[in-house]
Design a protein around this ligand. Structure first.
Ligand code: NDP
Length: 243
């Protein structure tokens, strides 16, 4: 029987690498995207290249109705199937010092990471519980653990998801559903393109930024059957930055 996984924000960066990783583990991957259809097509091609099935599923994780409609449509086309693995990866940054932070900078970042976690998880959780197997991995951040100046919005959104991860893990553990968070440090992607890598890498014990593929390998392990006794955890992947 085909196993299905959904990756939010699968069009680019870390999300794309996760899609490819899950494909290599035999998952048929639902690649969610919002604004980047062309990049999403590239992810789909890479998923197929890894020997798995995949499909694009467009919705904005902040839009409950849109997400529900898209996932209901998928369910109607896949009677008897369910999505057993969910990676809540979609995220944005809108950095500013709190003194100058505009309401839209605060709201949009919280909406994508924190509300996105709720909006999508609530739609898939019931089937995981009923089928007594599920894997939820939330991509959070070093910022959500230690807090980063200039990122009160982003840090708060990720810290919120970390707390939600720990609470939900306890709610569903007996049903074979694990819920974990992965907290990357500095990873090469569009999101970190504007950062001064040469300066920042001096602060990283490993002396370099990480790659999306390194994050994806950890997510792949947490999704695997072997990781069934790990739940409610926040696992850092940051090149040795002390958290
Ligand atoms: P990118 O900016 O490269 O990609 C972001 C992804 O999120 C895109 O696929 C984008 O899709 C998607 N996305 C954004 N908003 C929405 C939305 N409203 N609905 C659906 N999808 C959306 O970022 P990264 O790959 O670097 O980041 C991935 C995750 O990792 C994020 O949660 C980020 O916070 C986290 N992270 C990243 C770190 C890094 O150093 N790069 C460090 C720590 C955490 P589209 O373009 O189609 O809209």
């Amino acid at each position: 029987m085909t196993k299905y996984a959904l990756v939010t924000g699968g069009s680019r960066g870390i999300g794309r690498a996760i899609c490819i990783r899950l494909a290599s583990m035999g998952y048929a991957v639902l690649i969610n995207f919002n604004n980047s259809p062309q990049e999403a097509e590239e992810t789909l091609a890479a998923v197929r290249n890894a020997g798995a099935d995949g499909e694009l599923i467009r919705f904005d994780v902040t839009d409950r109705e849109q997400a529900e409609t898209a996932l209901n449509r998928w369910a109607a086309n896949h009677p008897g199937d369910y999505i057993e693995a969910l990676v809540n990866n979609a995220g944005i940054r809108k950095d500013n010092l709190m003194l100058w932070m505009e309401p839209h900078e605060w709201d949009s970042v919280i909406n994508v990471s924190l509300n996105g976690f709720y909006n999508i998880t609530r739609l898939l959780l019931k089937n995981m519980v009923v089928k007594r197997f599920g894997r939820i991995v939330n991509i959070v951040s070093l910022s959500g653990i230690k807090g980063m100046p200039g990122q009160t919005n982003y840090s708060a959104s990720k810290a919120g998801v970390i707390a939600g991860t720990k609470a939900l893990a306890q709610e569903v553990a007996k049903r074979g559903v694990t819920v974990n968070a992965v907290a990357p440090g500095f990873i090469k992607s569009d999101m970190t393109q504007d950062m001064d890598e040469n300066e920042l890498k001096k602060t990283i014990p490993c002396g370099r930024f990480g790659t999306p593929e390194e994050v994806a390998a950890l997510v792949g392990f947490l999704v695997s059957k072997e990781a069934g006794y790990i739940t409610g955890e926040v696992i850092s992947i940051n090149g040795g930055i002390y958290t």
